[in-house]
Design a protein around this ligand. Structure first.
Ligand SMILES: [Zn+2]
Length: 275
């Protein structure tokens, strides 16, 4: 990067994709990547200029199992997808992305706009403030227990507390914990099809067989959660009914019979760490 710039830039970490508060020179380290749940890129800490990212990437909109999803093309950092969840109170953008383009904002407006952004955990805070600002200053819901991880503050960030926040009659944020103390899911009780769905971020991670989930403190560094943390997670998932689970990236979903499969995954996991 060119350190002689005079205009502050809200730099984006190349490895985790999370944006920091505007500064002329990027910070030496990324707090998210220094944490045991993530890692510093093998070539060292690098920062990206969001304007350069927007010039070299675009946002693709897709329909996946009845849900509108947003993807960065080409991929960036952890490369999560975002979801557009329709509610009686307007669309909720669940999860967020590092690349924010004018074209994507225009496409969202064609889809009816965005009433609020909500995010599962700090690895996906991404360029949430850029997206909120571009959408007219919509609220960004993050769980208060993860507030210390907010790298770019904004008056639009709402730190919600407690076990559940209803965003609409049939869409709620649910506190799950585990992976992060404030890890949250989005529970859509009536969609995209009858029986409902759960969008758990990385609190439950859909595994590669797409028939089960796992529950890790760190996925890239393979640090499992222990039995008490998983037991608490299981108790928080137990009251939620859902047919489908939509995981963090493209194609990671369990379509059909997902509640039973998650229950079986808890049994399998707890047996594995007890053996
Ligand atoms: Zn990082």
């Amino acid at each position: 990067v060119n350190a002689s710039r005079t205009t502050p830039i809200a730099w984006i970490c190349q490895t985790c994709g999370v944006q920091v508060a505007p500064a002329k020179v990027p910070p030496a380290h990324c707090a998210i990547c220094q944490d045991a749940r993530q890692y510093v890129g093998w070539a060292g800490q690098h920062w990206l200029d969001p304007r350069s990212l927007a010039a070299t990437h675009h946002i693709a909109f897709r329909e996946e199992h009845g849900v509108t999803t947003l993807h960065q093309v080409p991929g960036v950092a952890i490369n999560q997808r975002a979801f557009l969840i329709p509610t009686g109170q307007g669309n909720v953008m669940w999860e967020c992305l590092s690349v924010c383009t004018d074209a994507a904002i225009a496409t969202l407006r064609v889809h009816g706009g965005v009433a609020a952004i909500a995010i599962s955990h700090p690895h996906f805070y991404s360029a949430m403030v850029d997206w909120s600002d571009a959408l007219g200053g919509v609220p960004i819901y993050v769980h208060a227990e993860d507030a210390a991880w907010i790298a770019r503050p904004s008056k639009h960030i709402e730190r919600w507390r407690g076990a559940r926040l209803d965003l609409a009659a049939d869409v709620a944020l649910v506190h799950l914990g585990g992976h992060f103390a404030g890890s949250a899911g989005l529970w859509w009780r009536t969609g995209p099809r009858a029986g409902g769905s759960l969008f758990p971020g990385d609190a439950l991670q859909v595994t590669m067989d797409r028939r089960s989930t796992t529950f890790m403190y760190s996925y890239p560094n393979a640090i499992p959660l222990g039995p008490s943390a998983v037991g608490l997670l299981r108790a928080r998932v137990a009251p939620l009914a859902f047919e489908d689970v939509f995981g963090y990236n493209a194609g990671r979903e369990i379509i059909g019979d997902a509640k039973r499969r998650v229950e079986a995954s808890f049994d399998r996991y707890l047996a594995a760490i007890a053996a």
